[in-house]
Design a protein around this ligand. Structure first.
Ligand SMILES: Nc1ncnc2c1ncn2[C@@H]1O[C@H](COP(=O)(O)OP(=O)(O)OP(=O)(O)O)[C@@H](O)[C@H]1O
Length: 582
């Protein structure tokens, strides 16, 4: 679209690209820039399906439940609730593989269940010199060997788990054996997560007998499978998709390789490139950015591989410069200080955004790591049980907490109470409820009331929680046994921040999101050198920053250590990015 000098030309060009992507026959590869309207294109493609009942459907696959819900909502809003139901399918890749390649081959009893993570059940790895939850050990699949090999992703352990393991006398291979043993025993009880789903899907597609069972129903059900955010596919995901493609399932992959930020979880840009090259005659590119201003498109171009020209900004023509905020970073996020005014960095950003007419609820503050974000209380993914419960407690005392957080908080409390009330039962909460005929609504109400009644987390919270657990009226069937189920340790409590009205989240959590104003915190010393000299092809951190700045519609702001501000300013001026140091 580089030939479209006028705004009208740019818009017409971007619209033509979108129309072409809506209509391209499968198999196809649609690489798209940030803000290209990928979700829009995929939904339009789906909405173009005839209204009469179809023998075959379309599957729309995404990586997050948020994206899934968004696509389903758009279909309903367009008056096409039929497109959300069979023979169509809208869901995550995990649930698609589970539904069509894995579950049909599992024994009917115990009823197979797909868990979001092992954190959903009480699954301790026991028998070694310390006990750690199974969910703390990420597993990966190597699809290049047959049968596909799995292993613990030791490099991806969180800090707490690494520290716990460093103190263990047992070797990594002993741990791995125990971890896989524990996992296998849960699979025998019918529980699986996305990892086992991939492993079993690969096996099913490679085994002639199994694939003879699962492929024909899949091929007859779907005329097309569209995969959104294809850059997030792991090597195992791609191996599965490749098999499906070879079996004749028409695939459309849509994605932005520059936004590939899951290498740590196995995403493999090279494998994606090799696979998509075989998909269609030529990629169908979307190069118009409907979200961001030209200044933001310029800024983003400095963070991506290949020195390509900035994307065309389709509908935003305001020239708010990039704001550069020299910052005194502190060890905790809530103490970061704006150097010029001495106020908190979020407060400073809030004022600046307001000067441009952007209200706080249209702003986002983001950083690579939770730890460096101003500390709204968030659920840490691998926290120990007492810290998770402290998080859950905070959620129930936060006015306007999002419903998804409340649901999770309730689940954390159910796990804690069930651990004490049903210490001998090995199944997940769903199975315990079924065994004791406990209605889920009653369980949730009880857990919520218990959580709400707890004192504010403090250093003696562990014993206070324990006292509260012991006296809370138990549900029918409860059989506590001594101190089993007592939550050990002290909670790690996030520092509450004064309500700024601004959303904060890590960049990985912001995928697909957008806001008028975005502040990216870059507290790590050396960030500017990395920006200037790093190669986004190999340096994932630069791609993560790319995702962050491309969330912004009108205003992008960067907080960097005071002594690095000058170099970032020169770097951006050298790349023709309008900038204002504030
Ligand atoms: N044809 C269009 N007309 C008007 N607005 C559009 C059009 N296409 C997309 N948009 C808007 O542009 C913004 C970006 O779209 P969307 O979120 O679908 O992009 P995306 O390709 O998924 O981006 P990313 O990968 O960066 O998350 C949205 O606000 C969307 O409503």
């Amino acid at each position: 679209m580089s030939g479209h000098a006028s705004p009208e030309g740019a818009r017409a060009g971007a619209e033509a690209q979108q129309r072409a992507a809506v209509a391209v026959p499968a198999p196809a590869w649609v690489p798209a820039c940030p803000g290209a309207g990928k979700t829009q294109v995929i939904t339009e493609r789906h909405l173009s399906a005839p209204v009469q009942p179809l023998r075959q459907g379309r599957a729309l696959i995404s990586f997050t439940r948020v994206a899934r819900d968004q696509m389903a909502r758009r279909c309903r809003l367009a008056g096409r609730a039929d497109l959300v139901q069979a023979p169509h399918f809208i869901g995550t890749l995990d649930s698609f593989l589970w539904e069509f390649l894995v579950r049909p081959l599992r024994p009917a009893q115990p009823a197979p269940r797909l868990l979001e993570s092992w954190a959903g059940v009480k699954a301790p790895v026991q028998g070694l010199d310390r006990e750690l939850g199974l969910h703390r050990f990420p597993l990966t699949v190597d699809p290049s060997v047959k049968p596909a090999r799995e292993r613990v992703a030791w490099d991806d352990l969180d800090r707490d788990t690494r520290i716990a393991l460093d103190g263990s006398e047992c070797s990594r291979s002993t741990w791995q054996r125990k971890i896989l043993e524990t996992r296998n025993s849960w699979c025998k009880q019918g529980y699986y997560t996305g990892h086992e789903t991939r492993l079993l899907a690969l096996w099913a597609l490679r085994d002639p007998l199994a694939s003879g069972q699962v492929l024909p129903p899949l091929l007859s059900r779907f005329a097309e499978v569209v995969v959104d955010e294809a850059q997030d596919c792991s090597a195992a995901d791609l191996a599965i998709l490749k098999r499906l493609h070879e079996a004749g399932l028409p695939l459309v992959l849509v994605g932005d390789p520059d936004q590939s930020i899951y290498a740590w979880r196995g995403a493999d840009p090279q494998a994606l490139h090799a696979f998509t090259a075989r998909l269609g005659p030529a990629p169908l590119r979307l190069t118009g950015n409907w979200r961001s201003s030209p200044v933001i498109c310029r800024l983003a171009a400095t963070l991506r591989a290949g020195n390509r020209a900035p994307d065309v900004s389709v509908q935003q023509h305001e020239a708010i410069p990039v704001l550069l905020l020299p910052t005194r970073f502190a060890a905790t996020g809530s103490r970061h200080q704006h150097a010029l005014t001495g106020t908190g960095i979020v407060e400073a950003f809030r004022g600046l955004a307001q000067d441009y007419g952007i209200p706080p609820d249209d702003c986002l503050v983001t950083a690579y790591r939770y730890a460096t974000l101003p500390g709204i209380t968030r659920e840490r993914p691998n926290a120990n049980a007492i810290t998770s419960l402290a998080w859950a407690h905070t959620v129930t005392h936060t006015p306007g907490a999002p419903p998804s957080d409340l649901t999770r908080a309730c689940a954390v409390a159910v796990r804690a109470l069930f651990g004490y009330w049903f210490p001998d039962e090995t199944g997940g909460p769903d199975r315990i409820c079924a065994t004791h005929r406990l209605p889920l609504s009653q369980v949730n109400r009880t857990a919520f009331a218990f959580l709400h009644s707890l004192p504010t987390p403090n250093k003696d919270w562990g014993s206070q929680v324990w006292q509260a657990m012991k006296v809370w009226p138990p549900l029918p069937g409860a059989a506590p046994n001594g101190t089993r189920g007592r939550l050990a340790g002290r909670p790690t409590i996030a520092r509450p921040t004064p309500a700024s009205g601004i959303r904060t989240n890590t960049i990985h959590q912001l995928k697909g999101d957008e806001a008028d104003g975005v502040l990216l915190l870059l507290p790590e010393p050396g960030s500017v050198r990395r920006w200037a000299t790093g190669d986004p092809t190999t340096d994932e951190t630069l791609r993560v920053w790319y995702v962050a700045v491309t969330r912004a519609r009108r205003l992008a702001a960067l907080a960097v250590p005071e002594d690095e501000a000058d170099s970032l300013q020169s770097l951006l001026i050298g790349r023709h990015v309008p900038i204002r140091v504030v």
